[in-house]
Design a protein. Structure first.
Length: 371
């Protein structure tokens, strides 16, 4: 059996982590077992399930308390102590360089970098993050990405074209199929039977651009007073977003639903899915929303590879709020249908894609052993 160690933040209910759990639940665990190294000593939503499935959860010292050579040295020592781990699969953005470099120093045969994004937040650490991703090809020997755009950003177009492998953000497609009974039940529970529900799923972080979403929704509400904004997720900026909603006089029209386990049910309650992100590799929630038959409106900074159905449009992020509002209200009477087969046919069926990832791991290990 192959043991694969995934380097992550911690296993809470967010995009990368949900992506990993989709694969973990569907992979043949008699042939491949997942372990997780978390860089935050926090309890994760998925911890109990991971242990039940046979996985282990490890924690490393916080990077901020170590210099960069010590960070890679920790990984080298850890992997030397755990020879049963044969593959490292890293998901830590720019900082994944350090676990991958530690794995190289430890002589691990398969070292996978995984690109999940097409940019970073433009703050004081931006240049350093770019420096780190440019070093990843010196340590990794396998290059995965959620989309071509993400792969090119992380590894450069030449390396990505030669060695890059797309791993789809696959989902249990049929779990998300449009279900009018579930829709009516949840909308009744929420008191939204007659509302026009604009939905969004994502952590409260700068990348997701919630402030702009609130400003757009303010226009929508003035156009259609039955409108409600449904926000699913949690994060460090949640209080700021709540305060902004209050300042705009929208507190009674914005529902902060928190993190939700049964996400397929919540998409049913929405009428349109809106995501004005500053950047996205290939948004998992965008695939889920399309599987639920929702019309989706993304900013033009979201990869066009996200589009699977015809019910998707991209709007320039610098377009006016009026332009966004006009496009959103057009979907107030959109006819929902079952689109799950389209999602499956496009390569997002987790039951199929998990087998492909399994074969990737086995092939990479065979190739490394032959060298």
């Amino acid at each position: 059996m192959i043991r694969v160690l995934h380097s992550v933040s911690y296993m809470h209910r967010a995009g990368v982590e949900t992506f990993l759990m989709n694969y973990y639940r569907n992979i043949d665990r008699s042939r491949t077992q997942f372990d997780f190294m978390c860089n935050k000593k926090l309890a994760g939503d998925y911890d109990e399930e991971i242990r039940r499935l046979g996985g282990r959860i490890f924690y490393r010292p916080e990077h901020e308390k170590m210099d960069e050579p010590a960070y890679s040295a920790f990984w080298k020592a850890f992997l030397k102590e755990h020879p049963e781990i044969q593959i490292l699969h890293a998901h830590n953005g720019a900082k994944q360089f350090f676990p991958i470099e530690g794995a190289r120093l430890a002589g691990l045969p398969v070292r996978i970098a995984h690109a999940h994004s097409t940019d970073f937040v433009h703050d004081e650490k931006y240049r350093h993050r770019l420096e780190l991703i440019h070093k990843i090809p010196t340590a990794a020997n396998c290059f995965f990405g959620c989309s071509n755009k993400a792969g090119e950003f992380f590894y450069g177009s030449e390396l990505w074209k030669k060695q890059g492998v797309i791993i789809h953000n696959a989902i249990p497609c049929h779990d998300f199929a449009y279900d009018v009974n579930q829709r009516n039940q949840l909308r009744s529970e929420l008191g939204m039977e007659d509302a026009f529900v604009i939905g969004h799923v994502g952590r409260f972080m700068k990348q997701k651009n919630h402030i702009r979403l609130l400003e757009i929704f303010s226009k929508v509400y003035k156009s259609n007073p039955s409108s409600v904004l449904l926000l699913i997720g949690s994060g460090e900026l949640e209080n700021d977003i709540r305060e902004r909603a209050h300042a705009l006089g929208l507190s009674n029209r914005v529902l902060f639903a928190g993190e939700q386990a049964a996400m397929s049910r919540w998409y049913q309650a929405m009428d349109v899915f809106v995501m004005p992100s500053l950047f996205e590799g290939l948004t998992l929630s965008g695939i889920e929303a399309q599987a639920a038959g929702l019309p989706c409106i993304f900013s033009d900074l979201v990869s066009t590879e996200t589009q699977v159905t015809d019910n998707v449009c991209f709007i320039p992020l610098d377009a006016s709020d009026d332009v966004w509002c006009d496009r959103i209200v057009r979907f107030s009477d959109f006819p929902r249908i079952d689109t799950t087969q389209l999602i499956c046919d496009a390569g997002y069926d987790i039951s199929v894609e998990a087998k492909k990832l399994q074969e990737q791991y086995e092939q990479l290990l065979r190739q490394a052993e032959q060298q």
